[in-house]
Design a protein around this ligand. Structure first.
Ligand code: PLP
Length: 391
């Protein structure tokens, strides 16, 4: 066979729902020669990573580790460890990823009660209180940053509420971690999972998870074995604890990546990082609004790192995204599920939450919108963003 050419992908700016561009320092760390997964020096790197993760999650949870796979594996890890056949779970569904939680929960044999809300909205505490008091579930699960709609679910009071009913709170923080506050201990979150390729500025490949002592007890009290061997925390945990019992070969290079990604988070300061995401979101939002694009999530509940806007009537979704990619090298996301063909999703995550990205996408989008017949006053998007930065 002819040998395929040497790897030479085009240069892209990844402003979709993830992956986001990898920070150059993370790429450099990933070119570091391997250590063995039981090398004493590698174990030091594991401990450092774990400690930085605890810091970034605002938790003392001992069971805070990166699972060796992407965000979905974190979702699955939480579900299969917390749930046994016959257990009750309430899943809050107001978008695509809430739907996935319900699907995976159902596969564990748990009895799933789905609480639905329209896409783009968030759940009120009273509605959740109501369902908790009726169902009395073992677990309540919810998505903090619903990437399919751009909605930002408030969860600060949710843990306390769940604990009134002896319910464990499980939170999807895949698109929130590293971008907006996620405070496990203060907010009484029992289980959380995230990823590396969105807010942390690393490639996809790890899913940081954390479990409260309460969740740990629930897992220890199981009557049946965890259905998944690979994601069985009772075994995975032993590799991360003192006995370093071999479970699977750790993805060493990804540990280098997340370690550098977390070092960047701590160097910048977690609060400063959240503030940076907000600043560039405000500029982007002003620009998008000036171009005639409205957000799909309710006002006051819009994620800074994931800007989902409605595609104007009559505008060809694919034509615009194709032109953005081919002429400008910019990737943005289309809609998922109910929002397919109806929204564009523009991510400003981690390394990409910066002014250069805001101006590139606003400038390019203006040209793409004009090319499909939208009336846009030249320069309005960029001018509106500049105004926000100046203020
Ligand atoms: C991206 C995403 C996931 C899935 O993560 P993968 O890394 O793609 O496996 C889960 N939940 C939410 C909210 C996401 O945005």
């Amino acid at each position: 066979m002819p040998i395929p050419g040497q790897l030479n992908p085009p240069v892209r700016l990844l402003l979709g729902p993830g992956p986001s561009d990898v920070h150059p320092r993370v790429l450099t760390a990933m070119a570091t020669p391997l250590l063995g997964h039981l090398d004493p020096q590698y174990l030091v790197l594991m401990n450092e990573t774990q400690e930085m993760l605890q810091h970034a999650f605002f938790t003392k949870n001992r069971l805070t580790i990166p699972i060796s796979a992407t965000g979905m594996a974190g979702m699955e890890t939480c579900m299969v460890n917390l749930l046994e056949p016959g257990d009750k779970i309430v899943v809050c569904v107001n978008g695509f990823f809430g739907g996935r939680q319900a699907e995976i929960a159902g596969r564990t044999g748990a009895s799933v009660t789905q609480l639905d809300a329209p896409w783009g909205t968030v759940f009120e505490l009273d509605r959740i209180r109501d369902v908790l008091s009726k169902v009395r579930p073992k677990v309540l699960s919810i998505v903090q940053a619903e990437t399919s709609t751009g909605a930002w679910q408030p969860i600060e009071q949710l843990g306390k509420l769940c604990h009134e009913f002896d319910t464990l709170l499980l939170v999807d923080a895949v698109t929130s971690f590293g971008c907006v506050p996620v405070k496990l201990d203060e907010w009484e979150i029992d289980a959380v999972y995230s990823c590396t390729q969105k807010g942390l500025g690393c490639p996809p490949g790890l899913s940081p998870v954390s479990f409260s002592p309460r969740a740990g007890e629930a897992i220890a009290k199981r009557k049946t074995k965890v259905q998944s061997w690979y994601f069985d925390l009772t075994m995975v945990q032993k590799y991360w604890e003192a006995d370093r019992f071999y479970h699977h070969t750790a993805p060493i290079t990804m540990t280098y990546a997340i370690r550098e990604g977390l070092r960047l988070v701590l160097e910048e300061g977690i609060e400063a990082r959240w503030a940076r995401h907000l600043t560039h979101h405000r500029a982007l939002k002003a620009g998008l609004n000036a171009l005639g694009l409205d957000y799909s999530a309710a006002e006051g509940h819009q994620l800074p790192q994931l800007n989902a806007v409605k595609i104007p009537a009559g505008v060809d979704d694919l034509a615009v995204r194709k032109k953005l990619l081919n002429d400008f090298g910019i990737e943005i996301g289309g809609g998922l599920g109910d929002f397919k063909g109806k929204v564009w999703r523009i991510g400003l995550m981690g390394f990409n939450a910066r002014a250069g990205c805001v101006f590139q996408v606003l400038g390019a989008l203006e040209q793409c919108l004009q090319s499909v017949g939208c009336k846009v006053t030249p320069g309005t998007g960029v001018a509106a963003a500049n105004k926000v930065y100046a203020a």
